[in-house]
Design a protein. Structure first.
Length: 633
């Protein structure tokens, strides 16, 4: 993925480019060029022709469109419209935002819609959206390998209601500001990204007559009715339960280079000083992270404790930094949040694969999981509220353990305040944070070997907060289990990456020794990737990759007699080959099968998208739980 710094901007492949190159190769058949240098070892079938390029190709993220009421939005607002041409080094684009006067808060749902198109070829770019400095969408752009690519991201942003309400007269009469950054360069490519950002506001029942309707983009006839009511989108379930009263950005207030903090190494902690309202009774920290530069492939980074100074594998000629990161410090990263220097929560980041990573042909036109809307990580800080409301300023910090340059991080502190009292008090009564010890084993000789990082930790804290809602004790138990196995054979030409990461958060809410609520969130994110590489000739490298990746999450909430449950299983299997030259895909092909399954206490949704050689061969969705159950088995 293109970093924010301005370095090599090269053309993605088109057949034309390759043919020109090959025809210059004096009588050598194209396939000989990509035949491995060791005869008789790896033999690849002749690659099929590059998929036909069409000017109206949708790049998509086959997840659940936010389910909406059966009626139209009460109102829709186009907040920002901009053409991002040559924006390197430019500050984010800003637009004033005030909620539509004809449909004031509260809303039963708010959906953000980002629709964008690329005028021509481009690389994938880093982008993000902030509302008053609070990150609300950290997307990546696709890697448009044909002119006229467009895509759309729809995200349930109901949990940002406190920001979307705009400012009250007490808070000054300045409107809120929606900022968007998309650092594009026209140094080599003329490709311009045209972006529209809209908000759709809904009021009233979320579903009518037991049926909901998905947001139907113009011209789309499929995916209309989605069967039984799905009452809530997964993102509002779980730890939030309801939108917060206030959202405090833990971000870089300067904002001229975006509101992220940029972390350059594992020791760096960046953050903001915040003074919380003294009637706060609940707090959740939502953390956003993205990995770039030397850590673009952190999940495939080998660990080398022996060998030449535990250094990274030297990039081969034409290398494209997949197992060749600058430091071979292993495939483990942990995002850690601190308050006044003390650990308050962490997450193993989901290894988002960028549209230009591994094999760009895998992700055209279907995005890798989370690429257009990275997952965020919710940390319940309620046990610390007693400490946070002492009237003193507190430093909220973010760090990424074992990281290399660079990570972009920020967080939103969601705060619930007790309108009925200004004498909330509380205390942390239990804090058990053992160090996350990892066993790290490595055995390498030159370019071959294997390494493993493994560990698990259980963290517990609990605290009480006494407010008009009673004296409530919140106990958090967080378990993380992690394993990374990376292996290279055949002088580094055969590599395999296996990552297993599991997390479970259990929250128990008690009043007067009686349990009044329980929340459980469980995630599992397996990744396996096997690559065979060979010399592609002319300084290029040929990689044949098989990849399986999934994001599985279940959330359950039991509170005040009510219970809710939701489960998402988003899985992709890809296979194909790519010819890389200086980090750029010169030629390739890929098949990707995506299966997205959503189930909650009211219904099911299953979408299967099958892309073969860059063409969508199957795109089916159903609200049948029976079909979802079949897909499960
Ligand atoms: C490109 O798209 C247009 C309109 O959607 C369609 O008519 C045409 O057949 C497509 N061309 C190819 C080569 O797929
Ligand atoms: C943005 O909206 C305008 C209409 O307001 C429309 O003409 C244009 O095609 C839209 N662009 C994208 C990328 O959706
Ligand atoms: C980490 O990065 C920061 C900011 O760039 C720098 O000041 C610090 O010296 C670095 N630390 C190490 C150990 O490299
Ligand atoms: C909380 O803040 C309010 C307004 O700032 C103030 O009036 C009140 O005395 C404070 N309460 C406590 C317990 O500090
Ligand atoms: C709230 O409950 C905790 C634990 O049960 C107790 O230690 C604390 O004193 C109580 N606080 C108030 C204000 O009653």
């Amino acid at each position: 993925m293109m970093s924010l710094t301005h370095h090599h901007l090269l053309f993605p492949c088109c057949l034309l480019l390759l043919l020109v190159r090959l025809s210059g190769a004096s009588g050598v058949s194209p396939w000989q060029l990509i035949t491995p240098s060791v005869p008789g070892r790896l033999v690849f079938p002749p690659p099929p022709s590059v998929p036909a390029e069409n000017a109206t190709l949708e790049y998509m993220d086959p997840t659940l469109p936010p389910l909406l009421p059966a009626h139209n939005p009460k109102c829709s607002l186009l907040v920002l419209q901009y053409n991002f041409a040559d924006t390197v080094g430019a500050p984010p684009v800003a637009a004033n935002y005030t909620p539509p006067p004809d449909c004031p808060a509260p809303w039963s749902r708010v959906v953000l819609e980002l629709s964008a198109s690329a005028s021509g070829l481009q690389k994938d770019r880093i982008a993000a959206l902030w509302l008053d400095g609070a990150e609300i969408l950290p997307p990546t752009t696709p890697y448009p390998m044909a002119p006229g690519v467009f895509w759309r991201v729809r995200k349930d942003v109901t949990r940002y209601t406190a920001l979307l309400r705009g400012r009250s007269p007490y808070e000054g009469d300045q409107p809120c500001v929606l900022s968007m950054m998309l650092e594009n360069s026209n140094a080599k490519y003329p490709g311009v990204y045209s972006v529209n950002v809209s908000l759709h506001f809904y009021r009233g029942a979320l579903c009518s007559g037991g049926r909901c309707i998905g947001l139907k983009p113009a011209g789309e006839t499929k995916r209309a009715e989605l069967g039984p009511a799905l009452s809530a989108h997964p993102t509002i379930k779980g730890i939030y339960r309801e939108p917060a009263d206030m959202i405090i950005p833990i971000s870089n207030g300067d904002g001229r280079k975006g509101f992220w903090f940029r972390l350059e190494n594992e020791t760096e902690v960046q953050g903001t000083t915040v003074r919380l309202p003294n009637n706060t009774y609940r707090a959740v920290l939502e953390v956003y992270v993205s990995h770039h530069g030397d850590d673009e492939y952190w999940y495939a980074n080998p660990l080398r404790t022996n060998g030449p100074e535990a250094e990274g594998l030297q990039p081969q000629q034409g290398g494209d930094n997949r197992l060749e990161s600058s430091k071979a410090n292993g495939g483990f990263r942990q995002v850690v949040a601190t308050v006044d220097g003390r650990y308050v929560g962490s997450a193993i980041p989901f290894p988002v694969i960028y549209p230009g990573s591994v094999n760009p042909f895998f992700w055209a036109p279907v995005a890798a999981i989370g690429a257009y809307d990275h997952p965020s990580y919710d940390l319940d800080l309620t046990p610390f509220v007693g400490h946070l409301i002492d009237g003193a300023p507190h430093v909220f910090g973010l760090a990424v353990r074992d990281s290399q340059p660079f990570w972009l991080v920020s967080a939103n502190l969601h705060v619930w305040v007790d309108a009925w009292s200004d004498t909330v008090e509380g205390a942390l009564v239990r804090y058990k944070v053992p160090p996350f010890r990892l066993s790290r084993q490595a055995d390498w000789t030159e370019r071959e070997g294997k390494s493993e990082i493994e560990g698990q930790v259980i963290i517990r804290f609990s605290g009480w907060v006494s407010s008009s809602k009673g004296n409530i004790t919140t106990s958090v138990r967080h378990k993380i289990k992690f394993k990374s196995h990376i292996e290279a054979e055949e002088k580094g030409e055969m590599t395999s990456v296996e990552l297993e990461s599991k997390a479970r958060t259990n929250i128990r809410i008690e009043r007067e020794d009686q349990v009044i609520g329980r929340v459980a969130v469980e995630t599992e994110t397996p990744l396996t990737m096997a690559t065979m590489s060979s010399n592609g000739g002319g300084g290029s490298r040929f990689h044949k990759t098989k990849l399986a990746h999934a994001l599985m999450e279940t959330r359950s909430v039991a509170e005040n007699k009510g219970t809710s449950f939701s489960a998402v299983a988003d899985r992709q299997d890809s296979e194909g080959a790519v010819l890389m030259e200086e980090g750029v895909a010169m030629w390739g092909n890929g098949d990707t099968k995506s299966v997205y399954k959503y189930r909650d206490d009211k219904g099911c949704y299953l979408r299967t998208v099958n892309v073969v050689g860059g063409k969508v061969k199957e795109d089916e969705d159903t609200a049948s739980c029976a079909a979802a159950a079949v897909a499960e088995s």
